[in-house]
Design a protein. Sequence first.
Length: 512
Amino acid sequence: MGVTRGYWGEAGLVVALVAAAVAFARPSLLVGAAGVAGWLLARQYAFVRDVSAVAADLSVDQSVARDAVRVGDEVRVVLDAELPDPAPVDLAIEANPPVGVELVESGGEVAESGGEVDQAGDSSGTRAALSVGQRTATTAFAVRPRLAGAFESDPATATASDPAGRFRIRFPAGHPLELTATPRGPTNVHVGVGGETADAPYGEYASDERGPGIELADIRAYVPGDEVQRIDWNATARLGEPHVREFETTTERRTVLLLDCRASMADGPAGETKFDYVRQVALAVVRHARERGDPVALYAVGEAGLLVDQPPTTTEEGYAKLERHLRALEPDSADERAGSADWRAGGNDGAGQNAGTHSPAVARRRAARLRGDDSAFADRLRPFFADADPYVERVTADPLYRTAGTRLDRLRGAVTAVVLTDDARPTETREVTKIARRRDDHVVAFLTPGALFDREVDLDTAYDRYADFERFRRGIGNLDRVRAYEVGPGDRLDALLAVNRTRPRPRAEAGE
């Protein structure tokens, strides 16, 4: 509890009376000092009692028009304070916006919030005030999240003071304000194949195993040893010989997100990059897993390696953490790509550092510099830069391929690997899908066509590039236990397909 100047003035009077009683030998002044001191203590006790009652009864509610907004959007916050009985002390309730959320404007009126503004109170900005005798007060203000993520403020701070202004005390009131800010992303997300939208790109998977279960898989002829309760009597009567029912077994399937955050995923307009589109798909996959209670993991890679290493989780906290990761991630920049290429090549100075991950071009340049050098140092380095199969070296050094190989090998049971990348590295993507399905697992690939994100290219050229992508996507999707989808802006794709429909056909084709 704090005291004000008024309190210290009255306390000073007590000290002065005591000093005067001692100096002038006037005991009667001590009686006056004792009376003033007792009165102050009584007022202090009454204030503490009133504040204790107010703290127990005060209801403070902070509400937002919507609890999920996009980064940079304004959202209106309404703070309501209410007491069941008239306030015995003056109260000021101050909201505490979360860190990372900036205050945009202040205003005392609440028009569309439905709250009641007490005209006698002094409510403005983030502060609502109740004077003695009042029961309710409301204020409203606007905030704007600057970053993506889930925000939670401290509870509002209530400051109580007595009408005479002698005492002041602060205490938390109400519940924290919770707000989720999502990245500014695309609104016209297309997921499909060959321009056709897929109804359920991520859904149920059969276990490929037969046994006890709930989904009917087949009806076959009875063989000795089959359980009697599995006989399908209707099929037996229809076919004239005993038949039994077989069901698909139900198995827990782990979902693993392999998310590409490298520089090529930053292609496209701000808020509508390749990464923004696959982020929406990744969030949908997490929501699907949450609804089913399935384990889901996230491994996000950048130019230099692994960015997020989140093993499978089935807890509500784990799902929320995955969503926070996905909303906060951003693709690498072109500078980071150049720095990563130099790092993989061994750095600017250390020719032998990370030699096992150098690119073929760098290897050839360094091998040329070593020619004619007969020193022991050159002899030691020369094997590291010998000619090697560039395809194998390029893939094995790739962070997405390396992550898929190391992380998936640690998991047990049925796994569905969800690969989210673009068409910038077709060979590597094909190898990632192959390694992800080694153990009879399933793979779902969500691929962003570069042709849909380069707005500098004319539509005819873009369509030719999209046709190349479609052949690449079909090649991925034709692999066993792999499904491949395109992800991108639906309006841009519609424009490309319209260009193809209006193109003149070759003469031979027209005559057929």
